[in-house]
Design a protein around this ligand. Structure first.
Ligand SMILES: [Zn+2]
Length: 260
């Protein structure tokens, strides 16, 4: 099974006609099925979609990029709007085969926290530039930036989940890095007595495709340090004990309590 998560940003093929369809519907059983049946009846080819609903809300949203060369945006809006479950339908047609999501804003995690998307490779290049231009001083900057972000996010999770839950479900909660696309969480070891944490991170965006003689992850390492410091409520010290940029299979981060 392909497990990559795709987010619709744009499509471009001058020989094709695309539509962006956003449907606001009643949040009741059977509504989404009905809407999908209407789209199937029209013969739309769905290329990518998401649906979301606020648990307490009366309405849900389905949004998708579709391909179709037989209908106009007006036709589709009428057909979809005729469903008894549809509250409102928005249909945007591509221009010369170019369709961009100029509808949704802001992006947010399902927790409601606003998010921005960046290409992982470009972000990794940005971090590399700091390392190349400023050497070890640059690495300290990257580490501090990561630690600030990690502490922020760690405190947010602490507030939402509580320390007890995090400590007893440590490996599960660390998977949030995978949910954010930073790295695949291959293994997490947490020793509560010693306060030691070891995280094996596969395909980390910061180190993937990079070659280095020394461990290369400063931003992600700082982030983990900030995060775990917030969760355990005591200052931690982090080391990247294995690094994919050096040729190791994964980047392994080892965190231990700082000082006496
Ligand atoms: Zn690494």
């Amino acid at each position: 099974m392909r497990l990559r998560k795709d987010v619709n940003v744009y499509l471009f093929d001058p020989t094709r006609k695309y539509f962006h369809i956003v449907i606001e519907m009643e949040n009741v059983p059977g509504a989404l099925r009905n809407v999908l049946e209407v789209m199937h009846g029209i013969g739309l080819n769905v290329l990518g979609s998401f649906s979301s609903v606020d648990g307490s809300a009366r309405l849900g949203v389905w949004s998708g990029f579709v391909e179709d060369d037989e209908h106009t945006a007006w036709d589709l809006k009428q057909r979809l709007g005729a469903s008894p479950f549809v509250h409102d339908a928005m249909v945007v047609e591509s221009r010369q085969g170019f369709l961009v999501d100029g509808v949704h804003f802001p992006l947010a995690f399902n927790t409601g926290t606003r998010a921005v998307m960046m290409g992982a490779k470009s972000l990794a290049n940005m971090l590399s530039t700091v390392n190349e231009k400023f050497g070890t001083g640059g690495n300290v900057i990257l580490f501090e930036e990561g630690r600030t972000y990690g502490k922020d996010l760690g405190e947010e999770y602490l507030l939402k989940l509580g320390a007890d839950f995090i400590l007893s479900n440590f490996a599960e909660v660390v998977k949030l890095y995978q949910a954010l696309g930073w790295f695949r969480v291959e293994k997490v070891r947490f020793d509560p007595a010693e306060g030691k944490v070891v995280v094996d991170a596969a395909e980390s965006f910061e180190c993937e495709g990079v070659e280095s003689r020394v461990p290369r992850s400063h931003f992600v390492r700082g982030h983990l340090e900030g995060m775990v410091t917030a969760w355990l409520g005591k200052p931690m010290e982090s080391k990247e004990t294995l690094c994919a940029a050096k040729g190791d299979r994964v980047c392994e981060f080892t965190l231990t309590p700082r000082g006496p």
